[in-house]
Ligand binder design. Sequence first.
Ligand code: SF4
Length: 324
Amino acid sequence: MLQDYLKRNITYVRISLTEKCNFSCEYCLPGGWDKKLKDTLSVNELDILLATLKELGVKKIRFSGGEPALFKDLTKVLEITNHKYKFESCGLTTNGFNLLAKAEEWYKAGLRNINVSIDSLDPKKFFEITKVDILDKIIAGIKHAIHLGFNIKINAVILQGINTQDMDDFISFANTHKVTIRFIELMQNNTCTVDYLNKRQLTAETIIEDLKAKGWTLDNSEDPKLKGPAQTFKHQDNLGKIGFITPYAQDFCSTCNRIRFSSLGEILLCLFGKKRIPLRHLLTLEKKEELKAEIETLLISKPKSHHLDENFVGACDNLSKIGG
Ligand code: SF4
């Protein structure tokens, strides 16, 4: 089992497949993605990385981007993760632009968990935030994916003055669809600056208190080994669940179980860590044992926690480069 110096078990790895994204969300890629991108990891390099992580005892893999569905070999990589290495859990974080078209193919490739990023269920606001006008197609994709048997989570970044009035829309959507809605606190990074944060950030406390007052209770049904950072609530009269990712909360990092790899083969020991450490040169069959030893050694220096409260965002230039 992979462990860091605080004896935190590292069972979950997030892999960014590409920095490309076809949306221009105002808090992430207001100007669109940087066209001068370097080449991403090949399927062969990803295969060696996944084999190595499996041998190191990693249980859960999540693919993100940018927009991972823009990675042309996504289905192949899902097959390798699920059918070849049989990880306990495999997930995808997507903006859902081609979910309707690809859901069946991804299901056959063994994928079962999809997080779709939607910050508003109001088409006008959705367009305002993303500069893309396909909300109805994304919702149709979600309904189709639920029908196929996927576990669907909808990730919504809480944006003061934009979607804070939409909470009830999301809650009623969760009332009629078997999904978990997760509200995520806006996180500072080198693109989402302090000024933007001051204008748009709202911590989740008030929303959580409001839910509790309406009879929602904590849901602890998720396997702690595979669980991500969210706290989730359920309600007996509600089909779906409501979750919160609150990185500014007191002990958010004490149970951290994850590390990340960028689409260029760099390891990030923490999302807001100082460094992105290149490991691409070790992604060969001959160097697999060296890669394993390197990852185990690097974990000794995994940061205890982030320092967002000191406005320190480390090497996190924007979340499209590492997928949150
Ligand atoms: S901020 Fe860093 S240490 Fe904290 S939970 Fe995220 S990755 Fe882990």
